[in-house]
Design a protein around this ligand. Structure first.
Ligand SMILES: NC(=O)c1ccc[n+]([C@@H]2O[C@H](COP(=O)([O-])OP(=O)(O)OC[C@H]3O[C@@H](n4cnc5c(N)ncnc54)[C@H](O)[C@@H]3O)[C@@H](O)[C@H]2O)c1
Length: 281
C-alpha cells in the first residue's frame, strides 16, 4: 500500500500513538490529530492525565481516543503498547509521535548519575524504544510516519543542561538517520526542535531550587508560541515532507548561528553564560 506517495497527508485521519499525551505538547498533538479526523492512543506514564486528554478529545471532536499507561523507558511496556495499539484501534498504526520527555538541569558536576539515567531513560531510550517496535510494523505495512520530539537544546548546547542536551542531540541524530534510511520504505520522519513552549515540563522536571521558579516563569510568560501552535506546525511540516520543525524565531536564529560558525557560536555562548546567570539569579 503506497498511502503517502499518493496522498502525502500522514497527519489526516491518522491512526496515531502519542507518548506523553497527558500534558503539554503531547496533549496538543493528540487534540490536533483528532481535529484532523484521526483516532489517537494517548500513552503516558500518568494514566489519569492521559484519560483527561481522551475526555478533552471526545468533548471537542467526538473522535475515538484511548488512554494507555506506558513508561516509554521500559522496553517491555513499549513493545506491549505497539501490540495493544493495533488491537485497540482495530487498524494498523500509521503515525507514531515519540513525545514523552522530562527536564533536567544543573551544573555538570552537581547532577547525580541517577538523574542522568532518569533523563536518558525517558528522553532517549523512550524514543529508541518507540522507533524500535514501530518501524518493523511500518515496513511491513508499506508506510508510516514518525515525529520525534527533540528540542532546540539538541543543538544550542546551553550550559547547565548537559544531560538534557545530550538526550536531545541524540534524538536529532536518530531522526536524521532514520529519515534517510527509511525513505525508500515510504516512512516519513519529522523532528521537532522548539525553544520555550509553555507546558508543565519545568514543574515536572528536576532543576536546582534556585532556578526552578524563574525557569517556569520564563516558560509560561516569555514563550513565542503555544503548544497547540507547535503541534499544528509540526503536523503540517510532516505532511509537507519536511524533516525539521524549528518553530520559533529564536530556535531558527540559534540553528543558523551554530551552522554558520560553530566555533564563534561556542565562544559567544561561553561569554554570554555569566550574563545569563546574573539574569536568572
Ligand atoms: N516545553 C518546552 O519548552 C519544550 C521545549 C523543547 C522540547 N520539549 C520537549 O517536548 C516534549 C513534551 O514535553 P512538555 O513540554 O509537553 O512537558 P510536560 O511535562 O507538560 O509533558 C510531558 C508528559 O510526558 C509524560 N511522561 C514523563 N515521563 C514519561 C515516561 N517515562 N513515559 C511516558 N510518559 C512520560 C508526563 O507524564 C507528561 O504527561 C518533551 O520531550 C520535551 O523534552 C519541550
Amino acid at each position: 500500500m503506497r498511502l503517502f506517495k499518493k496522498k502525502r497527508t500522514p497527519s489526516h485521519k491518522a491512526y496515531a500513538v502519542v507518548t506523553g499525551a497527558g500534558s503539554g505538547i503531547g496533549r496538543s498533538f493528540s487534540l490536533e490529530l483528532a481535529r484532523r479526523g484521526g483516532e489517537v492512543i494517548c500513552a503516558d506514564i500518568n494514566l489519569a492525565a492521559a484519560e483527561e486528554t481522551v475526555k478533552l478529545i471526545q468533548a471537542e471532536t467526538g473522535q475515538k481516543a484511548y488512554a494507555i499507561v506506558c513508561d516509554v523507558g521500559d522496553k517491555t511496556a513499549v513493545q506491549a503498547l505497539s501490540e495493544q495499539a493495533e488491537k485497540v484501534l482495530n487498524h494498523p498504526v500509521t503515525l507514531l509521535i515519540n513525545n514523552a520527555g522530562v527536564g533536567l538541569g544543573g551544573k555538570f558536576d552537581e547532577v547525580s548519575l541517577d538523574d542522568w539515567q532518569w533523563c536518558m531513560h525517558v528522553n532517549l531510550w523512550g524514543v529508541i524504544h518507540g522507533c524500535h517496535f514501530f518501524v518493523p510494523k511500518f515496513k511491513k505495512q508499506g508506510y508510516g510516519a514518525i515525529i520525534n520530539v527533540a528540542s532546540a537544546a539538541g543543538y544550542t548546547a546551553a550550559p547547565e543542561m548537559t544531560a538534557y542536551n545530550v538526550t536531545k542531540s541524540s534524538v536529532l541524530a536518530l531522526s536524521e538517520t532514520l529519515s534517510a534510511e527509511l525513505y525508500p520504505d515510504n516512512i516519513r520522519v519529522n523532528v521537532l526542535c522548539p525553544t520555550l513552549v509553555p507546558t508543565n515540563i519545568m514543574k515536572n522536571g528536576r532543576l536546582p531550587k534556585q532556578y526552578s521558579g524563574k525557569a517556569d516563569d520564563l516558560l509560561q510568560n516569555h514563550a513565542f508560541v503555544t503548544s497547540d501552535q507547535v503541534a499544528q506546525k509540526t503536523l503540517n511540516n510532516l505532511d509537507a515532507g519536511k524533516l525539521y520543525t524549528i518553530p520559533q524565531p529564536d530556535a531558527k536564529l540559534f540553528w543558523l548561528m551554530k551552522r554558520a560558525s560553530p566555533a564563534l557560536y561556542a565562544k559567544m555562548l561561553g561569554m554570554g553564560y555569566p550574563l545569563f546567570k546574573k539574569f536568572v539569579k
